[in-house]
Design a protein around this ligand. Structure first.
Ligand code: C2E
Ligand code: MG
Ligand code: MG
Length: 480
């Protein structure tokens, strides 16, 4: 009995001890949790104080640098622009002096709020100190976007700010710098955006200035063009127009030149003069040129099947395409895929490319000739017009440039040159096409000189497929 009593006592004692320890442990855990929360809170607070401006709640200089570096790194990968807009309030000192610091702070808070309202959520508005604010416009694709933001910014200051009882009008001076044109690194951009801001101040305040306005606008427009060219290829905005090439003596349509057009959703139908250079410089001419070749060959195949079997097709090749290692393979695949006879295709290369690197150009042209396609030397007379090149290049047709043809038959030396070129080409077994024939007189002159074929507005402008088909049908009826 006594033993049982002792055991019960011991067990009870142990349970009490265990429970006490459990309570202690629970209390420790709670305290630990609280202190962790405190620590987290303190860390957040420290981070906030180090990275944000307590007056306006905007990122401060330190946070701004972090945001800028991240934005620039992203822009380098994703290939877009980043704009910095630096803003300084004109005569801010007057507010502090006349109304006191309290109202000065109030004004800064209102400006901060309104700046945040005009930017995209992803963009950063920071306060670098005093009355100096800066915006990072992070993903810019078109010049207009920067201009629009600058205009919105100026609009904020066209209204008065309410400070206590009184309304206050304040103006800003704004500098703008754009990555990558005004600097590829953050510190260079900041230096340049400052310069732009001070030039805005010098120019009488209340305005915005690009770091180098003219240069920037030009480049931005160019980037805009390149970006929309890329989109245009994806969205199938290109069309091919065809211009008839007619036999000089009979006026019969013997060939067509494929001429590219861009059906721009806003700007309407655009000629190659507007976009070919940009397409060449960006390398976009490679997919675009392939597209032209493939579509024009398919189209001409359809016309052959409709009974216009003799039609030749001329397609322009740009210098960048000639330098493309895959050119010969691409063309031979297209010929095969479209099932056309190789010698109904003529590739036009400009005279200037032939001059650039005659050895290289000759070897490529020879390879192309082996496929069975014809080679035409385009725009002859615009560049170096060296007749000696004619002997070296493996060409079978020469196109005299429009600038020559337009001066024909009005008593200039162009007549003599045209006659000499036609005779020399014929002596070398090269046929001649006159480009840009616009008048009856020019045609008669070329007929007299035995020029083989002509092309120009006198017969037809470049026209879409449907119109060209009507022209071919009309000619067919006329002949039969
Ligand atoms: P080009 O190959 O010398 O083409 C002839 C240009 O002269 C065409 O301009 C045509 O519309 C124009 N033309 C023809 N007859 C007359 C005329 O009687 N009077 C006048 N004033 N102009 C005439 P377009 O279509 O604007 O093309 C300009 C140039 O763009 C072409 O010159 C060619 O070098 C290039 N181009 C056109 N399509 C392509 C293409 O698919 N690929 C490449 N790489 N270049 C192309
Ligand atoms: Mg041409
Ligand atoms: Mg030409």
């Amino acid at each position: 009995m006594q033993i049982i009593f002792v055991i019960t006592l011991v067990l009870a004692f142990m349970s009490i001890m265990l429970y006490k320890n459990f309570l202690k442990y629970r209390e420790m855990k709670r305290r630990h949790k609280n202190s962790l929360q405190d620590l987290e809170f303190a860390q957040e607070r420290i981070y906030y104080l180090a990275h944000y401006d307590t007056l306006t709640d905007l990122p401060n200089k330190l946070r701004f640098y972090e945001e800028l570096n991240t934005a620039l790194a992203k822009a380098k990968i994703e290939n877009h622009l980043v704009a910095l807009l630096s803003l300084d309030l004109d005569n801010f000192k007057n507010v502090n002096d006349s109304l006191g610091h309290f109202y000065g702070d109030l004004l800064l808070m209102q400006v901060a709020r309104q700046l945040r309202n005009i930017v995209n959520p992803m963009d950063t508005v920071a306060r670098l100190g005093g009355d100096e604010f800066i915006i990072i416009q992070k993903e810019v694709f078109a010049a207009q976007e920067v201009n629009d933001l600058a205009e919105k910014l100026m609009e904020i200051f066209s209204n008065t700010f309410l400070l206590g009882e009184s309304e206050f009008l304040i103006t800003p001076s704004v500098g703008i710098a754009v990555f990558p044109f005004d600097g590829e690194e953050g510190d260079v951009l900041l230096k340049n955006v400052d310069t732009a801001m001070y030039s805005a101040k010098k120019l009488g305040k209340n305005n915005y200035q690009f770091f180098d306005r003219i240069m920037i606008i030009e480049i931005l427009e160019r980037v805009e063009l390149e970006n929309s060219l890329r989109k245009a290829i994806e969205q199938d905005e290109f069309v091919i127009y065809y211009q008839p090439i007619v036999e000089t003596n009979t006026a019969k349509i013997i060939g067509l030149e494929a001429l590219l057009r861009w059906q721009h959703p806003q700007k309407g139908l655009l000629s190659p003069g507007y976009f070919i250079k940009a397409a060449e410089e960006t390398g976009l001419i490679i997919p675009l040129g392939k597209w032209v070749l493939e579509n024009a060959c398919q189209q001409v195949r359809k016309w052959h099947q409709k009974g216009f079997n003799d039609l030749m097709l001329s397609v322009n090749l740009s210098p960048a395409q000639l330098r493309d290692d895959n050119l010969v393979k691409t063309i031979s695949q297209i010929i095969e895929k479209c099932n056309i006879i190789p010698n109904c295709l003529k590739l036009e290369v400009t005279e200037s490319i032939a001059i650039e690197n005659i050895g290289f150009v000759c070897s490529i042209l020879e390879e192309l000739e082996k496929l069975g396609v014809g080679i035409s030397l385009d725009d002859f007379g615009t560049g170096y017009s060296s007749l000696s090149y004619l002997r070296k290049l493996p060409i079978n047709n020469l196109k005299i440039d429009r600038s020559f043809i337009s001066k024909l038959n009005i008593g200039y030396e162009e007549d003599e040159i045209a006659i000499a070129v036609i005779n020399l080409a014929h002596a070398m077994g090269i046929t001649v096409t006159a480009e840009g024939v616009e008048t009856k007189e020019q045609l008669v002159f070329l007929q007299e000189q035995n020029c083989d074929s002509v092309q120009g507005y006198y017969f037809s402008r470049p026209i879409p497929v449907v119109e060209l088909e009507e022209l071919l049908e009309k000619q067919k009826k006329f002949v039969s």
